[in-house]
Ligand binder design. Structure first.
Ligand SMILES: Cc1cc2nc3c(=O)[nH]c(=O)nc-3n(C[C@H](O)[C@H](O)[C@H](O)COP(=O)(O)OP(=O)(O)OC[C@H]3O[C@@H](n4cnc5c(N)ncnc54)[C@H](O)[C@@H]3O)c2cc1C
Length: 472
């Protein structure tokens, strides 16, 4: 397929077809050329359609599809895999201004939203209604359409699973402009292929999501967070399975090496975690959250959780039992990736996910090859679900040399991961960043099925080209 450029005539057709703003040419802001990981791919779009409705998205797609112009769906642009980067040119459909919470059905525990609603806003509104929307990716100013399209995970995935578990139904605009509805707001559904689930994690390559029905749950009544302070990273990581097997069912289980916390505290200008315990310098931290339904259970829970952490090797345990304390403890964790992105000129991301039993292996392996590859490796992340984030970093290095070294590191880590039952991405998606690695991990038969599915939704291959699976 040869992609066409948006010429003045088609631009006029596009403007006439929609009721929303269309920005073209030199007026397009540079930020539309990439997401939060520009190293995964960049490209300026010919125009941006700032969609206000399903009808706008549909009308825009009809014109663009007819004229062989690539269509790139976009939410807040906070992705870390190059998913919304227009690497083949074309027109971005920005869904971030479709930002209304449409309705609450508290009897059936369903909320209907437009795709541009920020996760932050839905989470806060859910709490006000006495409910909870469990998915909790670190970037709260990402859009729900983006979260669904990447199957975003986050800190509560260890207990509640990822975004996929909360998607009941959705409205989707197919690349040729047809509007379809997938799924249902029923408690269960065995009615044919589960197309709404196929859309989850499809990274804007199958259709554009313009409305989503999400499951919410009753809010847990009491939560408490405990921070285990460890002498070093290996002892911290080894404690993860102790907590998992304790039966206390943690809501969150995040690990952070001290070096990351130093960077995060320098970034936020605030020290939250202790730097030593029992006269020993802290080397790593395990941040946990637990829930219960009564005040009486809370004390027992705190005691048991502290015991588990201490028996698992923690030097000391800090308890955060106020909303502000919990917020601050997690703000330090959330600042880890941002602090790294701020502190380095070159940053590459690895979002490998391994079985729980292999977490210590992959983390220790990554750290052990730091010198060999000649780069700074920062590991932190969702220890409880095996999703180990690795930031591969360097300063004062030639771009080509950084690429060469980071690819070497990724080859080594993914090579090790294969033997451990790993998958390429735990939550950020494939985008353009890991497209070759997906093929390598999945094998030709699986890739052929993926390409077949893509061809049914998008026979011309115009929707977000160069992402997830390439044409053979
Ligand atoms: C500091 C930081 C921390 C993060 N922490 C986490 C984390 O803990 N867990 C996690 O999972 N991710 C995390 N992320 C990554 C990112 O926030 C998520 O991938 C998020 O889901 C992307 O949402 P977005 O709205 O920014 O989507 P975008 O970046 O705009 O797009 C992402 C993908 O979704 C597609 N897309 C967007 N909207 C639509 C739509 N309406 N219809 C169809 N396709 C669409 C795009 O084409 C693209 O392929 C983090 C990012 C940062 C910068």
């Amino acid at each position: 397929m040869t992609f066409k450029k948006l010429d003045p005539e088609v631009l006029e057709q596009l403007k006439a077809a929609v009721t929303c703003k269309v920005v073209a040419g030199a007026d397009v802001a540079e930020e539309y050329s990439h997401d939060e990981m520009p190293s995964a791919g960049t490209g300026m779009p010919d125009a941006v359609v700032v969609a206000a409705s399903t009808e706008d998205v549909s009308a825009a797609c009809r014109v663009l599809y007819e004229n062989d112009i690539p269509i790139i769906p976009r939410g807040a642009g906070t992705g870390l895999a190059g998913g919304c980067a227009p690497i083949c040119g074309g027109v971005v459909i920005d869904t971030s201004k479709m930002d209304q919470i449409l309705s609450w059905d508290l009897d059936n525990l369903i909320v209907r939203v437009q795709p541009g609603v920020y996760l932050h806003d839905l989470a806060a509104a859910a709490v006000e209604k006495g409910t909870m929307y469990p998915p909790d990716p670190g970037e709260v100013y990402s859009c729900l359409g983006g979260n669904v399209s990447t199957n975003a995970g986050g800190m509560r995935a260890v207990k509640y699973g990822t975004t996929r578990e909360y998607v009941k139904a959705m409205t989707v605009v197919l690349p040729d402009g047809r509007v379809v509805r997938f799924g249902a707001e029923t408690a269960k559904n065995s009615s044919g292929y589960s197309l709404q689930h196929l859309m989850v994690g499809s990274e804007g390559t199958l259709g554009i999501i313009t409305e989503i029905s999400l499951k919410i749950i009753p809010q847990p009544k009491f939560t408490v967070s405990l921070l285990g302070v460890f002498e070093d990273l290996p002892s911290c990581i080894r404690c993860v399975s102790t907590v998992k097997l304790s039966g206390l069912d943690p809501q969150a289980l995040e690990f952070m090496p001290r070096t990351n916390i130093d960077m995060a505290e320098a970034f936020t200008g605030k020290q939250v975690y202790p730097h030593e315990a029992e006269g020993v310098e802290a080397g790593a931290y395990l941040l946990t959250t637990f829930e219960c339904n009564s005040d009486a259970q809370l004390d027992e829970l705190m005691e048991s959780a502290a015991e588990v952490l201490l028996e698992g090797g923690a030097l000391d345990v800090v308890v955060y039992d106020t909303p502000e304390g919990i917020r601050n403890a997690f703000a330090a964790r959330r600042a880890c990736p941002e602090a790294i992105l701020e502190g380095y000129e070159h940053v590459e991301e690895c979002d490998i996910v391994v079985p729980i039993t292999a977490i210590a292996d992959i983390v220790e392996y990554a750290k052990s090859i730091e010198k060999e590859v000649g780069l700074d490796i920062h590991t932190y992340g969702h220890a409880g679900d095996g999703n180990v984030h690795m930031k591969i970093c360097a300063n004062n290095m030639d771009e080509a040399e950084f690429r060469r070294r980071s690819q070497n590191f990724l080859d080594l880590v993914y090579g090790r991961g294969k033997g451990l039952g790993a998958m390429v991405s735990g939550e950020h998606g494939i985008g353009s960043a890991s497209i070759d690695r997906l093929a390598e991990y999945s094998g030709e038969d699986v890739m052929e099925l993926m390409r077949g599915i893509k061809a049914v939704f998008d026979p011309k291959g115009l929707l977000n080209p160069g992402k997830v699976c390439k044409k053979a």
